[in-house]
Design a protein around this ligand. Structure first.
Ligand code: ZN
Length: 248
């Protein structure tokens, strides 16, 4: 009886392996086919022009991009390259294997990852066109706590592009106290960091972009939250909105 189970298991593993290879091989043409359309949509939503498509890299392991244990996608400003990890992505048009893998989060929906990374690319390109150079320009020597504000703006803008182009909303409740979350991170509750930077960043930038579009983005790039602002992000957000309102 055990032999039958082993044989069935081996057959299923073989089918799964074939399906994996098929999905991996289909990522590159899928991305290249959809890049132009998605960049156009996001460029209009963000109200910033796009000047060039990023360089794509589909290497499984890279020193500058994602490794097998790294994220499914990563935009690297220094080389203006969008690294994508085929083994972690399922094109949105795949059949039942892709759907199942997305449902149990073995793979991420490719459109969602690409849309997020395109957000980074568009903002970086726009910053360069404006003469500001690469954005964000992070000083890795700085303490992590003083970099969190910049990370929140950076990831918030990419998440805004992703959410407006593809799907929904923040998983955080609308009235969450972001500075309380920041204080917890400072106190060593590091598992909250990702939630604060991505979801909190999205909440921080959302009303600014909804109300002021490109002007809002420009202001946020020039005035990310300072160390002091981090302790009252509600006041920081109101200050940004107030400054943009008076100079309208
Ligand atoms: Zn990101």
């Amino acid at each position: 009886m055990g032999t039958v189970f082993l044989a069935v298991g081996a057959a299923l593993a073989m089918i799964k392996n074939r399906a994996d290879q098929k999905i991996d091989a289909s990522i590159q043409p899928y991305v290249e086919k959809n890049a132009e359309r998605l960049l156009q949509v996001e460029s209009e939503l963000l109200d910033v022009p796009y000047t060039c498509t990023p360089i794509f890299s589909f290497e499984v392991v890279s020193t500058t991009g994602p490794s097998a244990s790294g994220p499914a996608g990563q935009y690297v400003g220094e080389t203006q390259t969008l690294h994508l990890l085929p083994s972690k992505l399922a094109p949105s048009n795949t059949g039942w294997v892709g759907q199942l893998e997305r449902a149990v989060e073995v793979r991420t929906d490719a459109d969602r990852v690409i849309a997020h990374e395109f957000g980074h690319h568009l903002i970086d390109q726009w910053s360069r066109v404006q003469g500001r150079g690469m954005w964000p320009c992070v000083d890795e020597e700085d303490k992590i706590t003083s970099r969190i504000g910049l990370y929140m703006i950076n990831e918030g803008l990419a998440k805004y592009a992703q959410c407006t182009a593809i799907d929904g909303k923040s998983v955080l409740p609308a009235n969450v106290d972001l500075s309380a979350m920041y204080n917890q991170v400072v106190d060593g509750v590091f598992p909250l960091l990702r939630l604060l930077v991505y979801e909190g960043g999205f909440q921080l930038v959302q009303p600014v972009l909804d109300q002021h579009g490109k002007r809002g983005i420009e202001f946020l790039l020039e005035h990310p939250p300072s160390d002091t602002d981090m302790f009252d992000l509600g006041a920081y957000q109101s200050g940004v909105l107030g400054a943009l309102e008076t100079t309208r």
